[in-house]
Design a protein around this ligand. Structure first.
Ligand code: ADP
Length: 265
């Protein structure tokens, strides 16, 4: 198994907002599964990448979606020229190699898919491959991490209580103004002043949330806006391109967002 391709070569830059590094390290030292909760684009994926790099462990990331089946995670028999053969899915691969397995947006997956992780998240640390008739014992370094956006939470899309209660959880939110400006400056390669203006636009867009906007601009959007500005676009165009048009189709809300941008320029 080629672990090397799952190792992070260089440090993924991550600015902590609190003591999440220490909390995660404590959970990892006991191999406890961790759940990261927070809106889209607020740094959850970057945090796991940073932790995998800090701990020098391979990272296997799976983006969950509603058509994902248990077989997509654990593996399946495939037909080759010499007959059928078994192919491990990403979860089984991570369990065998001792990777951190990150299931991104886990509520998107169906409940019966998520349930296959249960025997890995308690003292058994085993993964049954029912179709193959094999019980895989997790490598001592294996850890499961899931992310979850509570904003999308609904009766139809929530984690089972029996799943939730297996995880330690960290709350993520958009960083405070000073920290977000630092992130936008360094990730977007723009000046301090421009980064502060972009963050102000972001904050004001979030205040429009509830008035037709689901969540307002994420840190990811602000970084993208900064990168467009670094590429030479005037800020109002960068805002249209990276923030206003992606966020909404409602013309009144677009007008309100354009007003916010103009007021901040
Ligand atoms: P999520 O997984 O929560 O959807 P990401 O981790 O992909 O979000 O974050 C989106 C982008 O925002 C990252 O690629 C990075 O540029 C930036 N970012 C967000 N938070 C941080 C942080 N704390 N430190 C450094 N970069 C961050």
């Amino acid at each position: 198994m080629d672990c090397d391709q799952y190792m992070l070569e260089s440090e993924p830059r991550y600015y902590p907002a609190g003591n999440e590094l220490a909390l995660y390290e404590a959970a990892y030292s006991m191999r406890l599964p961790v759940m990261l909760k927070g809106p889209t684009g607020c740094g959850k994926t970057r945090f796991v990448e940073h932790m995998a790099w800090r701990l020098q462990k391979p990272l296997v990331t799976v983006s969950c979606h509603e058509d994902m089946t248990a077989a997509d995670l654990v593996g399946r028999f495939l037909l080759g020229s010499d007959g059928t053969y078994w192919q491990d899915g990403p979860l089984t691969m991570a369990v065998r190699m001792g990777a951190i397995c990150y299931l991104d947006e886990v509520v998107e997956a169906r409940q019966d898919t998520i349930v296959v992780t249960h025997s890995l998240t308690d003292d058994r640390r085993m993964l049954p491959l029912e179709k193959k008739g094999e019980m895989v014992r997790a490598h001592p370094d294996f850890q499961l991490v899931i992310s979850y956006n509570p904003g999308y939470q609904s009766i139809l899309k929530d984690l089972k209580e029996s799943t939730k209660q297996r995880f330690c959880a960290l709350d993520f939110a958009y960083p405070d103004r000073a920290l977000e400006a630092q992130i936008v400056r360094d990730e977007g390669n723009v000046s301090d002043r421009l980064a502060r203006t972009i963050v102000e636009i972001g904050e004001k867009s979030r205040n429009l949330g509830g008035e037709g906007l689901a969540e307002g601009a994420s840190t990811r959007i602000l970084v993208q806006m900064a990168r467009l500005a670094a590429a030479g676009l005037p800020l109002d165009q960068a805002a249209q391109f990276a923030l206003i048009i992606p966020l909404t189709d409602d013309l009144d809300i677009r007008d309100a967002l354009s007003g916010i941008v103009d007021a901040c320029l």
